[in-house]
Design a protein around this ligand. Structure first.
Ligand code: GLN
Length: 273
């Protein structure tokens, strides 16, 4: 009996977190270092002994609903987006179900656009999206290409700040920095909140100062570059939210993010020139 209690205790002690990560269409949608977001998640989890089970899914692969804790969907050219969009319709129900039940999603540029209602390309083709974000995109003749700095949506920033544990909390900044390269201009509907407000760069459309979109734990943005290696606060926020889907309240062990914040600040400086 005593032995059973002991072995139960040690079971609890050694409970190891594990994260099911789904990378959507990595073979077709991966521009400007988007894969670095996956590497940052893997690195930050490894430092904390959190297991990452990485599953790349492409066209014709079946997406199981409620299996994954974290989805990543990178950017791509208009041509790749056309091929991916048709297949995405087959994954739509499972993906939306997963997000509704708390899964985390980070999408960048072309991936972000395909999760909206539609994307009308510059050549006049309308690509149907899956409507996860209440937004649409229209191709323009103006290519928005530069470093992009945004002030994080204040409500989201409060959440990120309360979650981020690091030996570098004093370096915390309520902004995100990345690199944008898109000709599509995105307009948000009333059902989508922006991820942030543009400090430098164009963001969603270069007109209304909004950048990105939020729906539950799903985030869309134009921040390539890679985003997560130089925005450690956002990386840890996403990991925490993804773990909490299955494990309840999670507190990540703090890491030394000196280099990450240096990279953040240096990109921020460049964007100001
Ligand atoms: N093809 C899209 C655009 O130009 C997305 C580009 C990208 O993902 N970088 O708007």
């Amino acid at each position: 009996m005593a032995r059973t209690v002991e072995s139960q205790k040690s079971k609890v002690k050694s409970q190891k977190y594990s994260l099911n990560v789904c990378h959507l269409y990595p073979d077709l949608m991966d521009t400007y270092g988007d894969k670095g977001n996956i590497l940052a998640i893997q690195y930050r989890c490894k430092q904390r002994d959190i297991e990452v089970i990485y599953s790349p899914l492409t066209t014709n692969d079946k997406l199981l609903a409620n299996h994954y804790d974290f989805f990543f969907f990178g950017g791509g050219q208009d041509k790749a987006q056309i091929a991916v969009a048709a297949d995405l319709q087959k994954k739509k129900a499972a993906l939306i179900k997963s997000i509704k039940s708390g899964a985390v999603l980070l999408s960048i540029c072309g991936g972000y656009q395909l999760l909206q209602n539609h994307f009308k390309t510059i050549s006049g083709k309308t690509i149907k999206g899956i409507g996860l974000f209440d937004a649409y995109t229209v191709g323009s003749t103006n290519r928005m290409i530069q470093n992009l700095a945004i002030e994080i949506n204040p409500k989201l920033n409060n959440e990120i700040e309360s979650i981020y544990q690091s030996s570098n909390v004093a370096m915390y900044q309520s902004n995100l920095i990345g690199f944008e390269n898109h000709s599509g201009k995105t307009y948000l509907g009333s059902g989508a909140k922006p991820l942030g407000t543009v400090i430098k760069g164009s963001g969603n459309n270069g007109e209304d100062k909004t950048e990105g979109a939020i729906y539950k734990n799903a985030f869309g943005c134009y921040l390539h570059g890679s985003l997560l290696p130089k925005n450690p606060h956002f990386a840890d926020f996403l990991i925490t939210k993804a773990l909490e889907r299955r494990y309840g309240i999670v507190k990540l062990a703090p890491l030394d993010d000196t280099i990450e914040w240096q990279a953040h600040n240096s990109a921020l400086k460049i964007s100001n020139h």
